[in-house]
Write a protein that binds this ligand. Structure first.
Ligand code: ADA
Length: 549
């Protein structure tokens, strides 16, 4: 039988200021402090805004074959087991799963070194020009599972048909397993699936199934069993398709109204705890919104589990921001993008809340290198999951040459904000509807008319307490959000909008931050960084509840 060790808790810790992870001499590390896992070391007051490497240590009583799951760590680093390096870490926000022999049963040392340095090379995974902060630490859950000799590695359930309850079950196991039994929560007897070279597949109908939808987010479970191992996964039965310019959930056209949300909080950095995630999602649900774009990286398992249960719809995208042509042409960068995007899809595939995959926010999608890179990413995703539409948020608008590759056209636009620098606020607000109409006309060209269209970002900053009525005031932000949401609700062409953004989020202190990111924050949240609502938050709620005409 497998034995699961939850490794969240207090670990030994040392911070090496200004040292990269690969400059660490592990023989001299003395762990003078303790720190929480999950957590970001640079959200702890002492290390706030400092760059360096955090070295984390814990001990685990285990042995033989184990699976270590690190849900997310800082920018770069390594994992060491009993003093030896067993893996490199270079995919922030991406789950790392390591299966290895832990040695004989007893106490073993686990060390994770993780830094928060960014650099601007063409193959860099997190560049200093990204508009969100590169936190360091072990900022999501850590578990270690002792596996039986023959084990089930993963189980995927892809819903196929909401009338019959048909699903496609895919299983991966260790090599010697010849068959796996499956039991749904509603089954009377198990079904058997044969396995060859560690892979098996079965199409079947879930008995007495119930549909997953935003109003009735019903979840099923599937238990996979073999020899002395078993693994249970949760899934939902729903379909998602794009047809004639619309997005259909369970065959019905959707209007997506919601928010871009960063996993960020002053007290926790990127290690947003489950209770806070729940409060965020509850606010969004209660507002009447139904959609979250998880910008701009893979979302935490806690967040997706909650959205599954609450019936919120998610656009999940892999890490990227404003990547330039030279990066998109760089082989290492492309390899990194494909690897982390594949890891995201494999990790989130069973979540019914995820209704579309994305990547590379605002990249150079007006270039040939962009076309090649996006084509590779689409191929990578479709090979793993043909069931969900693909999109990316473009800011190249009419100059974009990659829209042929995706299922949904998504465009970021900031009318009334970046295009407007006068002191008569009404002029700025007058720009919103014409701008969205201009984009709608563009996506109504014959080659795009059958693809759904989403406004993936639109918003304005507001400083809580500023009631001047001009840019940066709560009133200006509220008016701008109201105009955009009202228009999208009525528009026959647009399938939705992800407003920018749910909460204020920490970004870098550098040139553009001095000009338009006061306090080192992106202040376009409709709630501030502590989740205190601005006027715009309430105004969108009123629009969605029909209280504003
Ligand atoms: C871009 C980007 C966001 C954010 C936003 C802004 O559209 O995708 O991450 O930086 O602009 O606030 O300017």
């Amino acid at each position: 039988m497998r034995k699961i060790h939850n490794l969240n808790g207090v670990w030994d810790f040392e911070f090496l200021f200004k040292k990269n992870w690969n400059e660490v001499d592990f023989s001299t590390v003395s762990y003078p402090e303790k720190i929480s896992v999950p957590g970001c070391f640079d959200a702890v007051a002492k290390y706030e805004n400092k760059r360096g490497t955090g070295i984390y240590r814990t001990f685990v009583d285990c042995g033989n074959t184990v699976k270590l799951e690190l849900e997310a760590t800082g920018i770069r680093g390594e994992v060491r087991w009993d003093g030896k390096q067993i893996a490199l870490l270079n995919q922030p926000y991406t789950p790392q799963t390591l299966i290895f022999n832990a040695g004989s049963p007893g106490k073993h040392e686990l060390v994770v070194a993780t830094d928060n340095f960014v650099f601007s090379g063409d193959d860099s995974v997190f560049s200093p020009f990204y508009d969100f902060y590169p936190f360091g630490g072990i900022y999501r859950n850590v578990t270690l599972t002792e596996l039986p000799e023959q084990f089930i590695d993963r189980v995927e359930v892809l819903p196929q048909n909401t009338e019959t309850g048909e699903v496609l079950v895919r299983v991966e196991t260790s090599k010697e397993i010849a068959s796996v039994d499956f039991l749904f929560d509603t089954s009377k007897a198990p079904l058997s699936c044969s396995v060859k070279d560690g892979k098996g597949e079965l199409r079947c109908c879930v008995p007495d199934f119930k549909i997953w939808s935003t109003e009735t987010p019903f979840l099923h479970t599937l238990k996979a069993m073999t020899g002395d191992d078993e693994l249970t996964v949760t899934f939902g039965i729903r379909t998602i398709e794009c047809k004639e310019g619309k997005i259909l959930l369970n065959g019905k056209a959707l209007k997506l109204i919601g928010w871009n949300r960063h996993e960020s909080h002053p007290a926790f950095g990127a290690a947003v705890p489950e209770f806070l995630t729940y409060t965020d999602l509850q606010l969004i649900k209660e507002q009447g919104s139904n959609f979250i774009r998880g910008c701009h990286y893979k979302q935490s398992k806690n967040m997706l589990d909650l959205c599954d249960r609450m019936g919120l719809l998610v656009w999940e995208e892999s890490l990227g921001w404003g990547n330039r042509e030279a990066q998109l042409a760089n082989e290492n960068f492309r390899k990194f993008q494909c690897e982390q995007t594949a890891a995201m899809v494999r990790s989130s595939i069973n979540h019914p809340c995820v209704i579309m995959w994305g990547f590379l926010n605002e990249c150079a999608s007006d270039t040939q290198a962009g076309h090649e890179c996006i084509e590779q990413l689409c191929k990578t995703i479709r090979a793993l999951d043909p069931s969900r539409p693909i999109t990316f948020a473009s800011n190249r608008q009419q100059a974009d040459i990659c829209l042929d590759l995706v299922d949904i056209i998504s465009i970021n636009t900031y009318p009334g904000w970046y295009d407007y620098l006068h002191d008569d606020e009404s002029e700025g607000l007058e720009r919103i509807v014409p701008k969205i109409k201009e984009l709608e006309e563009f996506v109504s060209k014959p080659e795009y008319i059958n693809k759904p269209f989403i406004v993936a970002e639109l918003g304005a900053a507001a400083i809580i307490g500023d009631h001047s009525g001009v840019q940066w005031s709560e009133e200006y932000q509220a008016d701008l959000l109201e105009i955009a949401v009202k228009y999208i609700l009525e528009s026959p062409r647009a399938s939705g909008i992800a407003l920018w953004q749910f909460c204020n989020a920490k970004t870098y202190n550098r040139i553009f931050a001095v000009i338009d990111r006061p306090r080192g924050y992106n202040n376009k949240g409709a709630v501030d960084e502590f989740r205190r609502p601005k006027l715009g938050w309430k105004r969108v709620a009123d629009v969605l509840k029909g209280n504003v005409k």
